[in-house]
Design a protein around this ligand. Sequence first.
Ligand SMILES: Cc1ncc(COP(=O)(O)O)c(C=O)c1O
Length: 433
Amino acid sequence: MRRSIVHEGATNLKYEIREIVGVAREIRSLGQTITWENIGDPVEKGEALAPWIRDILHELLELPTSYRYCDTAGVLETRAFLAEAVNGREDGIQITPEDIIFFNGIGDAVARVYGFLKREARVLGPSPAYSTHSSAEAAHSGYNHVTYDLDPYNGWMPNVDDIRNKVKYNDSIAGILLLSPDNPTGAVYPREILDEIVAIAQEHDLFMIADEIYTHITYPGYPRMHMSQWIQDVPALAMRGISKEYPWPGARCGWIEVLNRTRDENFNTYVNSLLAAKRLEVCSTTLPQMSLPLVCGNGRYKRHLEERALMFSKRADEAVGFFGGCDSVIVNKPGGAFYLTVMFKDGVLNDGQALPIENRVVRERIEALVRNVSPDKRFVYYLMGATGIVVVPLTGFQCGHAGFRVTLLETDDAKRAWIFRTLRESIDAYVGS
Ligand SMILES: Cc1ncc(COP(=O)(O)O)c(C=O)c1O
């Protein structure tokens, strides 16, 4: 090319959760049976959409209006329904239907939200990080994502002092991102921590982003709060979607709720640019939006959410139980979502460890793959070769700690028990090898 056509941020586009699929497919072609534990798709793991939700979707298929384009911001009746839900929350701030913008999933919203930020304006996000956010933020700036630490020795809670210092000494930081419940840790933040982060945003005139895709999968006993209830007067974006809740990830349907939009002219102009960009592609998927008032407004939805949250809470207890007494790892019980992060304690891993792999071809391929990889990726590759279980290395989540993320999605009870038992046995065998 006479001019480079590669964007400065191109090398920052990493998504380990899916990149490991290529390696796993190769290992499968060599004879290993694979158990996919890398991706957070409940449907892929066997969860069926509730019959009453399917009935609603069937009815929508009969309506001619389901097949049209909709307003750029989204179906007006749905936005009115969602705004009313926000306005009905206890102690929450108020919004209007104009404060809601639909996207083709949060993934699409993330690309827009970071893509239309001024290049020098950075968003400080958690580490470990969910790659869609961290990669998009890094790609927009052309530098590595700026992060604050989640503390594995304190239930993966945000290190608020770290946030305060990074904000104070890096004036390019314009916003703070948080996910609660978090991916990959499943941590749910208590009100006090949220208030401290809000105070930092207020003091330094920042905006905030909360990814709320798992907020309706908060386990019993943990605080289930929406950003509109704790954000006070800070301009902010709450991101929501139906991928994990219905669950219907293939719908590609998510939205942002713009909070305190008129409190800052610059923020308002920025939000208008998000809508203007969406206008260029007309609108997002119509039918899933039309389903929202019918599904979420249905008397059965509350129970549906409660039952799923309880189910994942029980699975989390069960999974954590398998790591009891294991000195090599830190395992914090999640308070929401459907992931479990297993972290290796410092110094536990080295590059001489291995797991026995019977199939010679698989073994040789794994031995070739583990040259020059991070210590946790080495474990993950050996685990794949020896047991077929595919998890995601923690260092793939923009994180300095070694470990891996596994899901709580397996619907077959016996298989789920096998997965966690095998993980525990593999850790013991690998560390002791
Ligand atoms: C924290 C988080 N946000 C967003 C998404 C993707 O959402 P969507 O399917 O709406 O693009 C995921 C998917 O795993 C996620 O874990």
